[in-house]
Design a protein around this ligand. Sequence first.
Ligand code: 13P
Ligand code: SF4
Length: 337
Amino acid sequence: MLDINTQLNFENIISKKGFLDLTVDPTLDLFYEIEKFKKEKNAIILAHYYQDADIQDIADFVGDSLALAQKAQSTTADMIVFAGVHFMAETAKILNPHKKVLLPDLNAGCSLSDSAPPLLFKAFKDKHPNHIVITYINCSAGMKALSDIICTSSNAQAIVESLPADQQIIFAPDKNLGAWINKQTGRNMVLWNGACMVHEMFSYEKLTKLKVRHPNAKVLAHPECEAPILSLADYIGSTSGILKFATKSIAQEFIVVTEAGILHQMQKDNPTKTFIPSPPNNTCACNDCPYMKLNTLEKLYLCIKYELPEIIMDENLRIAAKKPIDKMLEISAKLNL
Ligand code: 13P
Ligand code: SF4
């Protein structure tokens, strides 16, 4: 435990910077140190596929948003260190009010989550009475509290299809995922106008040219991409779906249209296959999520060592946000997802 003065000093740093800004001895073996703290504190590190390779390698579990929520629900660890973005760590806290849930950098937000402020969404929802609200997990606890069922890209279609065909639905916040589910299911869900800045960056023109240069490559895309990009895909699915497809496929070459972090596990699981990241529509590395990449191995080390920054939630908000998450986990368990 930290002494009170150090704790106050660290809380001050966190409230200003969102992460512990301390110098880390460059000679330290961070893998060894993190492993040591994991055992000492009975901590689990959960990481999303979009994290840096080092973070994925030190994690106890790497997964997509659904698998991470399921793991957070079932873990017996006392402490969860979440190597992902804020809404993911917040979901883990919602499911584990008595555990310490840590996020290496509190600034690790999400453009998609930011595109749905709860106050504006409440007004939108009020204009659509008799609609069930299905909300993508990439949203704040405030949005979850306004929702009936949460979904992820792994279970969105199944969740929509679990409702009667004539049930009116609002789908938020991702308009691209919503439009894709509408197309898959023949429904006409009302869509909130939100999107992910990373998945909207892919260039149709460059992807078309890449396909011509690699005629045998299968194109694997995430449903957060826009419809024209999805029209070029051989497979559309969540990060874990993309990974599974590449592993099962007899194809040897794949063009990957999602955040570049996934390439690490794809290559690890399939060392002889070739994975080509789809290019964004300019010259920057925009297929790296700037929020996901705020977490570093150094910040992860400081976070597990000092047990900061921690996710703290208002209890009433937590209870309200838990209901639609429980509903999602219940439906997913029934459907074996
Ligand atoms: P999944 O890993 O659940 O497919 O989500 C992708 C994503 O954008 C997470 O922020
Ligand atoms: Fe949010 Fe997009 Fe980053 Fe995922 S990739 S965390 S949806 S901004």
